[in-house]
Design a protein around this ligand. Sequence first.
Ligand code: PXL
Length: 278
Amino acid sequence: MKDTKRALSVQDISCLGQCSNTVIMPILSAAGVETIMLPTALLSTHTGGFQGYTFLDLTEEMEKILSHFTTLPWKFDYLCTGYFGSAEQIGILMQHLPSVLEPDALRVIDPVMGDDGRLYSIYDHTYVQHMRRLCEGADVITPNLTEACLLADIPYLGAGYDEALSRTLFERLHALGAKRVLLTGVLFDEQTIGVLGHEEGGHGFAVRSPYVDRHFHGTGDIFTGSLVGFLSRGLSLEEAANRAVRFVSGCITDTVPVMDCHWYGLRFEERLQEITNL
Ligand code: PXL
């Protein structure tokens, strides 16, 4: 029996809504990675379309949980971060990382901050600055174009593919310290969406998929979760990104027919075997 690999997943728990920890947990588990949650906040639902959701900030609890984790007899092999409740939480996590992560742990940062050119309303400029610092030590970052522009301090001009812009984004994001960058949600043309990848030192690639012109909540979390799952199976970044894009695309295909009652997230459950069977 192989040694268990352990991932620390730092994001909120939205009880209903199929995003963040409630999708990372089953997807990474399907890949055979033991997944340990560090919840940043507890919400009744995610914030994308529900009215009257509850929000419990867990900053103080995070500090206590991390302090306890530093006393455990093992360290984490993967770090996956997503939605934080505040900039302060990023600082607290960064302080504890050297004591809870293996020195060669894979750090995957999804710099969840905004979409469609706008910062989510709970965040401000300080949050963006903290997120830049967290990206400094990242092995892989998975920003959408809005988040990439915020991190790189470049105006957002739309999700359309632009070669010069993507080159500048890659340069600036590598300069921040991110070794490998996956730009998500890039519209290649009216019918094609996908991911642009770049590894420090030069290798670049694109992954394309059919575009369905509707908003699907939680696609970023399912993409990043499955990406880490595929990376944990030893695939290259390009191959893992390819499979993660196909996984998300399959979940979209399964969700479209039930959109009326399942508008808040993607149906991924029936596809988990694609990860387990790899
Ligand atoms: O999927 C990102 C995300 C995670 N958690 C919460 C959110 C969002 C995006 O809106 O609201 C609570």
